[in-house]
Design a protein around this ligand. Structure first.
Ligand code: SAH
Length: 494
């Protein structure tokens, strides 16, 4: 049977009588939605779920325990039949139809004269989705997508727009100008301030925009952490920013999978750094940010992992602040957290490590300035962001400062991506094993007792490359001679 084309309708049920026949969990869900719309609900059922019972006791709903009576239909606007008794559902439906009262029989489109859509609520905004009963699973999928796409602050934005509506109409009597004003209101600084949980400033800014002479739209920058590479590990807020961006300035480390989620027609600029290649200097990145934002564009500055963890996000914000450019920050899942998760290595563990340190060892300078004695202490986990060239130094220094040569490590290459590899062993084997397996950047090193769990807790990608090193390999790759100098600066921006 082809699905009926439905006429979409938002009904005002406040203080209007609605009858729900049935007192189980399905009825309970329907009643909850009806109460949300302030309907006067009567529930007809011999027994109620505990929650329905509480509502009845509190006087929020009326309860009739006796068998269904036809005359109750006289005074109601809508009926919902949600019993497990098909005969009763059919009876209620046919009696309602006779009286031209809209009726919904749960999960029975043929008996229903109205259906309840799936909704995404951002009160006072409601998005309703229906397939007319044709494809409920597709509706569910769409609902989840929209739920992810629509920022929770949209409701507050709609409320603010409603409050200013009359004044906006007075100020911009011409429809074209009014539309421009609304576009700026919904996509510009006012919407940003609401996302930043600053409603008073949002209101003031909107009011100022109403009194000030009209000006060019203000650009802004959102500093977004892209996470470790798997697009599933991008935040919802990051996804929304990518959907709204006019310009995306991204590091090389940001995966193609994440970039594929961004608005198709956004201008994309790669500003990654890679040894031996031309790359934008930090000053050039700043200049690009400033130039695009001043041109009124919505810029997303997209960085691998989290922008505030070895990402120079702080410097970029200082620069933007100094130049009066509005910005937001969306955190990302940093490599240490993601790699640990994807390698099955808990960063802390009551039996093994009470603290974790995020360390960068990207170049000679950062290796020279590390506090080796502190790093060599036991019962702590080191999460070391690095180009793999420094591994031999790191191994030697940690052992020289007292960390046991038998301390386990897990070296995670391309963490969270399908091509992830994990190499495990003891500190004494670190550089040798990395060379044996030709580990390349990006790789994150975890050193500490917890790394021993990688073998037992592995769940993602290929099993860890552990075990004893073959004697032949040991002869071929003496620990100190295994570095590849070209990879020293292979990180993004640390
Ligand atoms: N801001 C980033 C780190 C930038 S420094 C973050 O929060 O993750 C770059 C270093 O991060 C790389 O050299 C590597 O050590 C680490 N890294 C980033 N992504 C990684 C990944 N998917 N797998 C392993 N290491 C990664």
């Amino acid at each position: 049977m082809p699905a009926t084309r439905l006429y979409p309708l938002f009904a005002d049920l406040s203080r209007r009588a609605v009858l729900v026949v049935g007192g189980g969990v399905v009825a309970e869900r329907k009643v909850a939605a009806l109460l949300g719309a302030q309907a006067q609900v009567t529930v007809n059922a011999p027994a109620l779920t505990p929650r329905l019972q509480r509502w009845a006791t509190a006087g929020r709903i009326a309860h009739r325990a006796e068998p269904f009576r036809e005359e109750w239909l006289e005074r109601v606007w809508l009926v919902v039949a949600a019993t497990s008794d098909g005969e009763l559902n059919r009876l209620v439906a046919s009696l309602a139809q006779l009286r031209r009262i809209f009726v919904n029989v749960v999960d029975d489109a043929a008996l229903s004269s109205f259906q309840v859509p799936a909704v995404v609520e951002r009160a006072p905004l409601t998005v309703a989705i229906s397939s007319g009963g044709a494809a409920p699973m597709l509706v569910r999928l769409l609902r989840e997508r929209l739920e992810a796409l629509l920022d929770p602050s949209l409701g507050a934005l709609a409320t603010l727009a409603a409050r200013l509506r009359r004044r906006i109409r007075l100020r911009h009597p011409q429809p074209a100008a009014r539309r421009r004003f609304y576009e700026e209101l919904f996509a510009g600084p006012v919407a940003a301030l609401l996302r930043q949980a600053r409603p008073d400033e949002a209101r003031r800014t909107a009011e100022q925009a109403l009194t000030a002479p009209s000006s060019a739209p203000a650009g802004s920058v959102v500093l977004v952490g892209a996470g470790p590479g798997d697009p599933g590990l991008l935040t919802l807020r990051g996804l929304r920013a990518l959907n709204e961006a006019d310009v995306i300035l991204h590091d090389r480390l940001v995966s193609a999978e994440v970039l594929a989620l961004a608005r198709r027609d956004a201008e994309r600029i790669e500003v990654g750094k890679q040894a031996g290649h031309h790359h934008a200097t930090q000053d050039e990145i700043h200049a690009l940010l400033l130039e695009r934002a001043r041109a009124g564009r919505r810029v997303v500055r997209l960085k691998g992992g989290d922008p505030f963890v070895f990402g120079r996000g702080g410097e970029e914000l200082q620069f933007l602040r100094a130049h009066g450019i509005a910005y937001e920050v969306v955190p990302g899942i940093t490599a240490a957290v993601a790699c640990a998760a994807c390698a099955g290595v808990p960063l802390t563990h009551r039996d093994h490590a009470q603290s974790v340190r995020f360390v960068t060892a990207h170049c000679r300078d950062s290796l020279d300035t590390l506090d080796w004695r502190a790093l060599a202490q036991e019962r702590q986990t080191l999460a070391i962001y690095m180009g793999v060239a420094g591994l031999a130094r790191l191994q030697t220094q940690l052992i020289a400062h007292g960390r046991a040569p038998a301390t386990p490590f897990a070296l995670v290459e391309n963490g969270s991506l399908p091509r992830q590899r994990v190499v495990t062993g003891t500190l004494a084997q670190l550089a040798g094993r990395a060379a044996l397996h030709a580990v390349r950047s990006p790789a994150l090193l975890i050193v500490g007792e917890v790394a021993a769990l990688a073998g037992a807790l592995a769940w993602f990608g290929a099993p860890p490359l552990g075990g004893a090193m073959p004697a032949a390999a040991r002869r071929q790759v003496p620990a100190a001679a295994t570095t590849r100098p070209t990879e020293i600066f292979t990180g993004t921006s640390a």
